[in-house]
Design a protein around this ligand. Structure first.
Ligand code: A3P
Length: 295
């Protein structure tokens, strides 16, 4: 039993053809089918290692500075994953009791999301990142988190992404779905690399999308507080309930690492890079979605 309260299965599961990690157990995935979505929810729908923690932080700070949320508490999940069970209760239950506006994160592919999302049309923010940096980031992440899959090498993770057998399912299906919805009124599609290039204007975009009005000074303050360096300083502290639930050594920094564009260059061999580029060009062919691979 983890101190977070949940009895962990020893392996990931397969649900409707997709692998899921222990954090997203069957009862949570099934609960998504009847999960009550609220029109004023804010959903952060990202693929893993694409800047999920970052956008959650930004949205939370916008809401706090707009007076729509209580003061920030670093020891709570301010944007819980809909499909996770980390603490004594599954997140779908905690979220049902949470006040509006809720900020809800999910890595789920569209077919696993609560169907009400497509009816009630809450605000959705999707952040996409170049997949070579996702592979690199994952290679570090899975060294410290219990993945229960063989993600021990970059090649294994690359293969898992290319075959679609990676946990949470196909990367390209995820990003292309939200890319195709980018013109919808309730969808904001962002790229990690654009946020790196100009954080302040990305934050302004998020702010306007959420219907919040913040002055230039406050936007600047939020951008200073959400740079990689500032975020690293605030990263999970030893007593953080999330660290305890994940069983992570506090000496490690699980979610905030380098935070740069192009770290893949330090890890991919030329052959791996070519193989991955070829695959990527194929799955994104004629879709108009491109990524920046270098800073
Ligand atoms: P790296 O491992 O490449 O550094 P997620 O939150 O979806 O798991 O994504 C994690 C990635 O986002 C990590 O990438 C992490 O360092 C990066 N990240 C977290 N906070 C960030 C920030 N404030 N600015 C830029 N990148 C950030």
């Amino acid at each position: 039993m983890s101190q977070g309260g949940q009895q962990r299965p020893k392996s990931s599961i397969t649900y409707k053809g997709v692998r899921f990690p222990w954090q997203a157990p069957l009862h949570c995935l099934q609960a998504m089918e009847s999960f009550e979505v609220r029109p004023d929810d804010i959903w952060l729908l990202t693929y893993t290692k694409s800047g999920t923690t970052w956008i959650g932080d930004i949205v939370n700070k916008i809401l706090v500075n707009s007076g729509l949320r209580e003061k920030e508490d670093p020891n709570i999940d301010h944007a819980p994953y809909a499909e996770y069970h980390l603490y004594s209760k599954p997140n779908f239950q905690l979220l049902a009791e949470a006040p509006s506006p809720r900020v809800i994160t999910s890595h789920l592919l569209p077919q696993f999301l609560p169907p009400q999302i497509f009816v009630k049309k809450p605000k959705i923010i999707s952040v996409a990142r170049n997949p070579k940096d996702i592979v690199t980031s994952s290679a570090y992440h899975y060294q410290i988190i219990e993945a229960q899959e063989d993600y021990s090498s970059l090649q294994n993770i690359m293969d898992a992404i290319m075959s679609g057998k990676i946990i949470f399912g196909e990367w390209h299906t995820h990003v292309l779905y939200w890319w195709n919805k980018r013109e919808d009124d309730n969808v904001l599609f962002l790229k990690y690399e654009d946020m790196k290039t100009d954080l302040e204007s990305s934050i302004k975009k998020v702010c306007e999308f959420l219907g919040c009005r913040l002055d230039t000074q406050t936007l600047k303050k939020i951008s200073e507080e959400t740079t990689i360096d500032a975020t690293r300083k605030r990263d999970m502290k030893p007593k953080d309930a999330r660290l305890i639930a994940y069983n992570i050594d506090p000496a490690m920094s699980p979610f905030v690492r380098k935070g740069v564009v192009g770290d893949w260059k330090n890890h991919f061999t030329v052959a791996q890079s070519e193989e991955f580029d070829k695959w990527c060009a194929e799955v994104l062919k004629h879709r108009g979605l491109t990524f920046q691979y270098e800073a």
